[in-house]
Design a protein around this ligand. Sequence first.
Ligand SMILES: Nc1ncnc2c1ncn2[C@@H]1O[C@H](COP(=O)(O)OP(=O)(O)O)[C@@H](O)[C@H]1O
Ligand SMILES: [Mg+2]
Length: 350
Amino acid sequence: MITFTSVSKTYSDGTEALKSLNFHVKEGEFFVLIGPSGCGKTTTMKLINRLIEPTQGEIYFKGQEIHTYPIHELRWNIGYVLQRIALFPHMTVAENIAVVPEMRRWEKARIREQVDRLLERVGMDPVTYRHRKPAELSGGQQQRVGVARALAGDPDLILMDEPFSALDPISRERLQLDIQNLQREIRKTVVFVTHDMDEAMALGDRVCLMRKGRIIQLDTPQRLIQHPEDDFVRTFIGDRKMPWQTAIDVMVDANSPWIVMEGERKETDGPLFVRGERGEFLGCLENGILKKEVPVLPNHSPLHEALQIFRENGVERMPVVREDKLVGVLSYRSIVDYLERVERQKGMTR
Ligand SMILES: Nc1ncnc2c1ncn2[C@@H]1O[C@H](COP(=O)(O)OP(=O)(O)O)[C@@H](O)[C@H]1O
Ligand SMILES: [Mg+2]
């Protein structure tokens, strides 16, 4: 959906904001940019919809260099949500949301339908809110309207630059959940900027960690935790609360010695988990006997729930499944080790 090839940006005062950035955002992906203040996140976003121009390198949107698009077409096709949404104060909520559809000259009825549908999508009752002015909304509601507005022209891509950072923790958490559900539902490509690791881990399919205008590591949340590239990543990862941690974050993945393919033999002193041809979980093999009715952990089980399930079943290891697929193995020991390590890290950063 978006490709950066060796993109650098030096501002006119000589500030090197980006230094030869290379990355690719896949279609339908929730892509998170994270890093300390000043690392170049906002610069990256502004480059995508041509609010600023790169000093070097090319940026591609849907396979075409961004300068090959008429600028309006590019902007209409990219929704942008900012940290503090600037809604037009004299316009109603409905009018604010309808800005891009109006510019695209949609029919009135279609616009009205779109406005109501989006208000519902972002959790606001259209009848109650469509005629209100921005000043009659809370901060969280204004951000919701901002999200609806960014989606209104049916863009292929949505850029969100710290959209929740000005909100209180409760509105923030609620909006995070809503955005996550919304994105799953409509499967739009999202590039989301935050400096909050919890938010990044909760939302991102992949997380791109930046520092001083460079990419330090671009990986899935799970890989960032299990294989941090250096101390900077480790510190950044360690520096957070952890309510979102799930079985899949801590498990041994597909290469686990405890996994065998159907029909395969292996010498071990414990039960093995058997994977079928399509990756499906078939059961647990112990002393040559395949047991099908065994406890499994869904990949999204929070760690405290996983611990509970381990205790109830009195087992040492459990298969982690996503739908019917065997994606890895989690041991009781690894959860305990993990929690100890997090505690230690917390102690060090205090
Ligand atoms: N218009 C500008 N002129 C000069 N320097 C700028 C300008 N905008 C941003 N910068 C600098 O570029 C660097 C990256 O900024 P930015 O992309 O806003 O970072 P982030 O969003 O990650 O906090 C910072 O050092 C910032 O001070
Ligand atoms: Mg910024």
